[in-house]
Design a binder for this molecule. Structure first.
Ligand SMILES: Nc1nc2c(ncn2[C@@H]2O[C@H](COP(=O)(O)OP(=O)(O)OP(=O)(O)O)[C@@H](O)[C@H]2O)c(=O)[nH]1
Ligand SMILES: [Mg+2]
Length: 304
């Protein structure tokens, strides 16, 4: 598309590239993605293993279109079919990108981090993003830690930041830009994600489920959209929350249905903002034991 038609800066050619965001669970990859895109496209929570899918987030600034790929935190602890699937997603994301953002918590590098780093080919340009800088109390210890990180991998840049600080995230965008090749943009200038509204709906319900059940509910719960109907600016959505045990079902429903109601209300409010539409949301809870270790079922639930 010629620049004059796409609204790009007319002076030069367009830049566009793929950037993978990888790291162990819970380091803040999805929070960073949302900050880089400037909109929530990937769900986040205190629970490890929140992200289950490869999610694309797009940001177009000046002549550059950044196409970020959020990935599930790489799993090393349990080997069930779900985790094997998540790990395949991470591996396939790293192979064909222009740049990798390897995310760790500032000042920390454990075995889980090392296992992920070992998967990144040394010749793939990789930026070390030391996130959660706001939580580092002893700033003086950060310089020697960064130096030790230099010895672990040929990183092309070192960026300590907090994903919750927009000014610091903007700097990261500037650092990334030169690594993206000159080529025409792949998406419309205002595109935010390649995911469908239906997918976003299931993710938002899953986020509220995770956030409102705290540590009581094991991570192996999922959400299936049974109905997604568009009538002008109205969306009629029915979703089923799938859990592994009767006891989990009771947790999700809560006393007198209170918790399920809250999950529904919070998900609906957020979806109305995200989709810019009125939303009717129906929620159901079903028990299906062993789904997280059943390859065939995983595929039917949309895991690649
Ligand atoms: N203090 C602080 N907390 C952060 C920062 N970035 C993320 N968090 C928190 O860290 C937790 C995990 O964030 P996520 O973005 O879901 O982490 P993730 O790496 O995507 O996790 P998985 O998808 O499970 O692999 C959430 O509670 C975030 O609010 C940060 O810069 N500072
Ligand atoms: Mg995530």
């Amino acid at each position: 598309m010629p620049p004059e038609e796409s609204g790009a800066a007319p002076e030069g050619p367009q830049r566009c590239g793929l950037i993978a965001i990888v790291g162990r669970p819970n380091v803040g990859k999805s929070t960073l993605l949302n900050a880089l895109v400037g909109q929530k496209v990937s769900i986040t929570s205190r629970k490890a293993q929140t992200t289950r899918h490869r999610i694309t987030g797009i940001r177009t600034l000046g002549d550059t279109q950044y196409v970020f790929v959020d990935t599930p935190g790489f799993q090393t602890r349990h080997s069930n079919a779900l985790n094997r699937t998540l790990n395949r997603t991470v591996l396939s994301s790293v192979s064909d990108v222009d740049l990798v953002l390897f995310v760790v918590e500032a000042g920390r590098f454990g075995l889980d981090d090392a296992k992920v780093l070992a998967l990144i080919p040394p010749d793939k340009p990789t930026v070390l993003v030391a996130n959660k800088l706001d939580k580092v109390v002893r700033r003086a210890e950060l310089a020697p830690w960064l130096k030790s990180m230099q010895e672990r991998h040929p990183f092309v840049e070192f960026v300590p930041l907090s994903a919750k600080r927009p000014d610091q995230v903007k700097r990261l965008l500037e650092i990334v830009r030169p690594y993206l090749p000159e080529q025409p943009w792949w998406y419309e200038e205002d595109a935010l994600t390649d995911r469908s509204e239906r997918f976003l709906a299931s993710e938002i319900v899953r986020e509220k489920l995770f956030r409102l059940t705290g540590d009581e509910l094991p991570y192996s719960s999922t959400v299936m959209i049974e109905k997604f109907e568009e009538e002008g600016r109205l969306r009629r959505i029915a979703a089923t929350i799938i859990v592994e045990r009767e006891s989990h079902k009771a947790i999700v429903i809560g006393d007198g249905g209170e918790r399920l109601k809250r999950i529904g209300t919070e998900a609906r409010q957020e979806l109305e903002k995200l989709l810019d539409a009125k939303v009717f949301l129906e929620l159901w809870v079903k028990v299906r034991s062993g789904w997280a270790d059943d390859e065939e079922r995983l595929r039917s639930y949309g895991y690649e």
